[in-house]
Design a protein around this ligand. Structure first.
Ligand code: ATP
Ligand code: MG
Length: 352
């Protein structure tokens, strides 16, 4: 982290918004959150992780960049995990780069259900393989070219140079690992369950000692709450999104809308944990972290803590970082949990 690290923007193109984070080296070493922006995108412009309407996504990204007022042009983006096939394979140790490329390509063709010409292939040598010293473990990642190109195109429309294409879950994991370092004993030995509660889905990852030991996707998300507001109070989706954040809602909102939503969230989280217990040898979770834009819905932390009887808190990826004076602390507290992936991407700047 001491080395000069070239500027980089972390850009998360998700179903509800475009999120951009810029991290810079801190004044007292470490990392400083310099600026960020969240700009909502038209509904359907990104669906199921696919860029359906590049113009609309680029428009939102351009707005975010303008609001941030950044001059940085290099960008780290992510593909949704669902668009990437990953596989760990063992290959002979000590080959040169080109030979690894050839080996990876021939191995990959066994796992990939489409023609190799249509695929972007990448790999990373993870370290010695379990089998012995003469082999290394290699992580292979493959995605359809068009998925990569769609995202590159959006960035380029905004005058950016994409230099990193990550996987969203991996980026979120980097951000979590950074935050976990602030737990007692660096979080070692703790079973950590992270629920990323977004707009249309909740993604659960359970991590122990730096390893993801369980993952699951559920349908619970903030869109349900938005749609309830639309249905009950005759609002447009845009109006509902605003009122959800300002809390300017009729009196029966708490009892008739919010309460059932919290109840549903707590039940879904409990079910997911039960599924974890029954399908793995593990019997406990030590800490629940909530991330994603919907984690800040008032009462959700409490509802989940009460039903699961597990210590629950909101995860801020910027924990322990310096924060630029221009950023309003109160606003950041609301926005931070949604920036997990964007923050993880921006942290790629500091990779050794
Ligand atoms: N202050 C807030 N109060 C309540 N809900 C909020 C707040 N800020 C954002 N949300 C909700 O969070 C959701 C967006 O969260 P996030 O940005 O994590 O989702 P996403 O990554 O775009 O969606 P998905 O992961 O489902 O593709 C929306 O439903 C939005 O209404
Ligand atoms: Mg999300």
């Amino acid at each position: 982290m001491r080395r000069a690290s070239p500027p980089l923007l972390g850009i998360d193109l998700s179903s509800s918004s475009v999120k951009v984070v810029e991290l810079v080296p801190g004044q007292k070493a470490g990392i400083r959150l310099q600026r960020y922006a969240i700009e909502s995108i038209e509904r359907g412009a990104i669906a199921d992780g696919n860029v359906e309407n590049p113009d609309q996504v680029a428009e939102a990204l351009a707005r975010a960049l303008r609001r941030m007022g950044t001059r940085t042009r290099e960008a780290a983006l992510a593909l949704p995990s669902s668009a990437v096939i990953t596989k760990r394979i063992a290959l002979p140790a000590g080959l040169d780069e080109e030979d690894y490329e050839l080996q990876v390509e021939s191995e990959a063709s066994q796992y990939i259900p489409f023609a190799i010409e249509e695929v972007n292939l990448d790999f990373q040598i993870l370290g010695p393989a379990a089998g012995g010293d003469d082999e290394v473990e290699v992580l292979l990642a493959a995605s359809r070219k068009e998925k990569v190109e769609d995202r590159v195109a959006v960035a380029e429309m905004c005058g950016l140079r994409p230099v990193v294409m990550d996987i969203d879950a991996y980026a979120a994991r980097s951000a979590l690992d950074h935050a976990a370092a602030f737990l007692p004993n660096n979080g070692q030995g703790l079973v950590l369950a992270v629920f990323d509660i977004g707009s249309s889905a909740t993604h659960l990852s359970i991590v122990l000692n730096g390893q993801t030991i369980f993952e699951r996707e559920q349908a619970f998300g903030g869109m349900q709450l938005t749609q309830d507001l639309v249905r009950l109070y005759g609002l447009t989706v845009e109006e509902a999104e605003i009122k959800k954040k300002t809390g300017e809602l009729p009196e029966n909102f708490r009892t008739d809308v919010l309460q059932p939503f919290l109840e549903q969230g707590a039940i879904d989280v409990t079910r997911a944990l039960q599924f974890f217990f029954t399908s793995t040898p593990y019997t406990r979770v030590d800490r629940i972290f909530l991330a994603g834009g919907s984690s800040v819905v008032p009462g959700l932390v409490e509802a989940i803590a009460e039903r699961t009887q597990v210590q629950t808190e909101i995860l801020s990826p910027f924990q322990g970082m310096e924060i630029a004076e221009t950023i309003r602390e109160k606003q950041l507290r609301v926005d931070a949990p949604a920036l997990l992936t964007a923050c993880g991407l921006a942290m790629r700047r500091f990779d050794a």
